[in-house]
Every structure is written in C-alpha cells, then in structure tokens.
Ligand binder design. Structure first.
Ligand code: 3PG
Length: 306
C-alpha cells in the first residue's frame, strides 16, 4: 500500500494533520505521522518504507533520501526548500515540490508585527514611532514580499521593492516603486524586509556594504533565512552604527555577542514562527497532500523544484 509520511519536528496544528490524513485516506493511501522527533535517526527510520513525504524545515539530507527504499515524492509544506538535498533526490528520481504562497501571509504579518513591536519599544509605555510615512524596502518581491507590501501600504508606508526576477510592471501594478538594484533599495529605505531564499548566490549576501547604505534610523527585518546575513559584517555594522536595529525570525549564530554588546537593538523570536499560524499550517499541509495525490494519480508536477 502507498504510504504517505508526514515528518515534522515542528508539528502542524491538529486540524491541519487531520486535513492531510483525510486526503491521504480518501486516496486509499496509508498515513504515517512522525512529530517532534528528537533525533534525525528517527526520521531516517520512518522514511525507509514511505512512498511520499511531507516535511516543513525538516532536514531531508542525502542520508535521509538514501535511506528511503521507495520514495517517489517529497513535498516541502512551505516556501523554502534549502533543507532538501535536491541533487540526492534527483539522483533517485524523486520529485521535490514546495507549496508556494500558502504560508506567505503568515510570514508577512510577522514581519510587520515585529516592526510595530519594535517601533513601540516592545510596548513598554514610552513614546515610540509610527510606520506611517516611512520608507520600506522589500528584498525581494515573491509571495511573501507581495504580502508585506500590501500590509505595509495599509499602514501608510512608502513601499519600494527590488527583485531581478519579477517584471517592473508586476511590482508597479501593486502601487510599489520598483528599483533596479539592491544598493538603490538600501539607500532609500529605513526599513528593509528580507524576503530572499537561501541559495548559493544569496548566502552571506547581506553584507557591510549594503547595510551601511540604509539611512538612519535603520531597521533590518529578516523573516527569510539567517544564512543570507553576513554575520561578521552585521556585528561590524552594529559596532559602527548606534541607530542600527535587527529584527529576525531566528537568532543569528552571533546572538551571544549581540546580547552582551547591543542589548535593546534587536529582537529574535525564540523559534522560527513566521509560518506558525493555524491558517498557514492548514493551507500548506492540505496543498502538500493534494500535490502528492495529483502526482501519484496523474503525474502532475506543478511546483516541482528539481
Ligand atoms: C518557509 O520556507 O515556508 C518558512 O520558512 C516556514 O518554515 P516552517 O514550515 O519550518 O515553519
């Protein structure tokens, strides 16, 4: 019998799991669930006899992929698939997909939420600042970037975006000013929202030279990936600019230095939680299950990434 494994260290809410289970059962497949596993070995064991796999940020390494005996498809219920060894999957003819857009609003709401939280001094009762009238630069304009823009416009922010892969008219139709380089974006906007994936080109690409361009007072908001930041450069910028603030959905590796030296100038969620809403769990989980069914029954490859 075809087996679908949901392996999530960070579990979906029960309603999302129920929805996935229903789709899987209606298709006549077996459903298997591995949540909050403490060791990668448990994941490796569970994947051995699975035909299809749904994961979140779980690490589908070469070792995991090679341990699978009959895996045909992996769906990352979410946007970023930097946690999957695509080469290892392709070598075994395993199709890899993501579910683009399904958790984008949740991530965008967190980006704006962190901005308001910080602008109001963590709600400590003292006078803060407003987002209205401030320049926000969106780097880049994918599903999350688009949602960040829509919400920010509701706040009355002036919204700019840089994305070399999205046509200018698509960006400008949303009432967002399209700029032609990251340097230009960072030179214009006090607030920068990072919405780039972690790829060979983007890892450590947010560096000293870019960050120093942000006008005072500078607020860098990262709901993308910690790996895109050049952390040595980030610390150098913190040292040289007292106005610089970093708000992120994951603590950087240099967190201890920041806690020691730059208290009050950063905020980090305790655990990546951009996509942690009931709606995002349900949207992404159900989309993943439907994509698996479509692939196994019809050979549908929409959102294949390898
Ligand atoms: C994504 O790439 O979709 C987000 O980073 C969410 O990741 P998560 O499902 O592990 O919360």
């Amino acid at each position: 019998m075809t087996k679908v494994l949901v392996a999530t260290v960070k579990p979906f809410i029960p309603k999302a799991v129920e929805g996935i289970k229903n789709i899987v059962s209606q298709a006549g497949y077996e459903f298997d669930l591995l949540e909050e596993y403490a060791d990668q070995a448990e994941f490796i064991d569970a994947v051995a006899d699975a035909d299809a796999l749904i994961i979140r940020s779980d690490k589908a390494t070469r070792e995991v992929i090679q341990a699978s005996k009959k895996l045909k498809i992996i769906v990352r219920a979410g946007a970023g698939y930097d946690n999957i060894d695509l080469e290892a999957a392709t070598e075994k003819d395993i199709v890899v997909m993501n579910t683009p857009g399904q958790n984008a609003n949740a991530v965008a709401e967190l980006a704006l939420g962190m901005m308001v939280y910080f602008a109001r001094n963590g709600y400590n009762g003292k006078a803060g600042t407003e987002l209205k009238g401030k320049n926000l630069g969106i780097h880049a304009y994918g599903n999350v970037g688009k949602h960040v823009a829509a919400i920010a416009k509701g706040f009355g922010m002036h919204v700019y975006a840089f994305d070399p892969y999205i046509p200018k008219d698509v960006i400008e139709n949303d009432g967002v000013v399209c700029v032609t380089s990251a340097e230009e974006l960072y030179s214009i906007c006090n607030y920068i929202s990072l919405n780039i994936p972690a790829t060979e080109q983007t890892i450590k690409s947010i560096d000293y030279q870019l960050l120093m361009k942000i006008p005072e007072p500078a607020v860098l908001v990262n709901t993308a990936r910690k790996e895109v930041i050049h952390e040595d450069d980030l610390l150098r910028v913190f040292e040289e600019r007292r106005d610089f603030v970093y708000l992120s959905d994951f603590a950087p590796d240099c967190k201890d230095v920041m806690v020691e030296k730059y208290a009050g100038r950063f905020f980090f969620t305790p655990k990546k939680m951009g996509a942690q809403t009931a709606e995002a769990n349900i949207n992404a989980g159900i989309a993943a299950a439907n994509q698996i069914r479509d692939y196994l029954e019809n050979g549908g490859t929409t959102f294949q990434v390898n």
